[in-house]
Design a protein around this ligand. Sequence first.
Ligand SMILES: [Zn+2]
Length: 573
Amino acid sequence: MIGQRLGTGIVIVGALALACGAFGTTAVTAQGQQTAAQGRAGAPAGAPTAPAAPQFPAAIRADVLRGEYGRYRANNDLLSYHLDVRVDPEKKTLGGKNTITFKMLADDTRIQLDLYASLAVDKIVLGSTPLVYYRQANTVFVDFPESLKAGRTYAIDFYYSGMPTTIGRFGGFTFAKDPAGRPWIFTACEGEGAAIWWPNKDQWRDEVESMEISVAIPNDLVDVSNGKFQKKTDVGDGYTRWDWLVQYPINNYSVSLNIGKYEHWSDQLGDLAMDFYALPEDVEKAKPQFAQAKDMLKAYEHFFGEYPFKKDGYKLVQVPYTGMEHQSAVTCGNGFKNGYGGRDWTGVGISPKFDFIVVHESAHEYFGNAVSAADVSDMWIHEGWGTYLECLYVEYMWGKDDGLKYTNGYKTKVQNRTPIITPHGIHREPPQDMYFKGALFINTLRSIVNDDTKWFKLIHDMFQKFKYQNIMTEDMVAFFNAGTGRNLTPVFDQYLRHTALPVLELKFDEAAGSVSYRWKVDEAGFTMPVRVGSKDAWQIITPTTDWKTMKTPIGTDKFEVATDLYFITVAKS
Ligand SMILES: [Zn+2]
């Protein structure tokens, strides 16, 4: 989807694909996360050859300020935000305040917040006391006249205003027009950060427990934000304020405005409220398309349990960009077509059965929004699992064979150029392999477990354990190690922290009727079972990094490996 117009005059730029994050060769090249030495040295013989990995560029100060969980972030714990803004479509400005409530975890006189340098800080106050602040790149350090005390709760009001920046593949903050020429204003800022349009503690580790969002807009427009709609109030000067309440932890980039001439309709899934928003001219197309969300939520609830933001409800909102997983207000701009904008996304004839954007972005309600990564380095927790949930949705709707076919359709998109997990503490998006290789890795884990009943219980329990938390890969590895009774750490590390796939080396001695086998990998201690021999009667072997030999009546050419169940490279000799 390169430069595709979605009927609004807004050009969607990017490279090969654009769902909620980081697809795109351009972005990957520009943001390569690994040195060439780390990336390819030691790549096993027989591994697919890949172009030289891009150099990991020196972290710039702004990326460290944004990505690092330093002293002035770690000294406090966010409790709530009340973002109260006014948006002027004519002047293309916004302004207002965010009331930030936090508990101090250590005595200190300074905290770190973030607001893009392009926006003005009007004042920051603690009660009636104006606070001194310092700006560096997009960071705002706020100083207090006296030390704040550990264990106590404080609230500051951060007033700001200006013209927010429209950048990035999804817009950041965009003042656009709909095809009928009416204002259409939206946010999508996962990469750029929420500080592109409102002041907050813009990092991934700490989330508020709840949030109020108040948005004043001209009377004839509708604002759809996150959480449960509370009320709208005519403020008397041609503007109406829309109040929304988020009753769960929420990551900053999920906080959103969608302002337009929306029409609204509702549905129910049991006692879950489902609300839909589309432009008046598109409602007839949107109604049947968005109705897919019902079976999708049933599928996700089947595998992982109740929709995690039930009190806030589920909303699906039409936008002019591809889509984004804004918590409880998922956005979709897929042209009311199945597949990805009408295309067969994984190329195996299954994507055209459903709206890829609705299914992918809503998957993030489970992984991304409910279970969140604590550092952007581990974003595969959002995108690998989000992509795997697509595969589970296909399995739920059309059966296990189609699920597996859909999963393997992703193989052609895998690059194996840099590791999926990137350096911590630097705000750079990981490579697109976090999506497709991530999902294929999770499918490989399922094959290692080799017991669907056990697998589905494991992933259900994993979600339940980590929902509403911000975790790192290590937390997930510990869960799977305990749950399976295996040491899967080298397997996770090989797939996520190295570039190359595991290579199953097979050496045949047909005269002796035997085959020798081993894994060629970067991780010491790597071992993984794999099905080999013949499709009709698989034999499970458990190679290690040392050669083993077994008898086989099957010759070199006919000896098969279940590469649809395990994402590996096979090297026969
Ligand atoms: Zn995604």
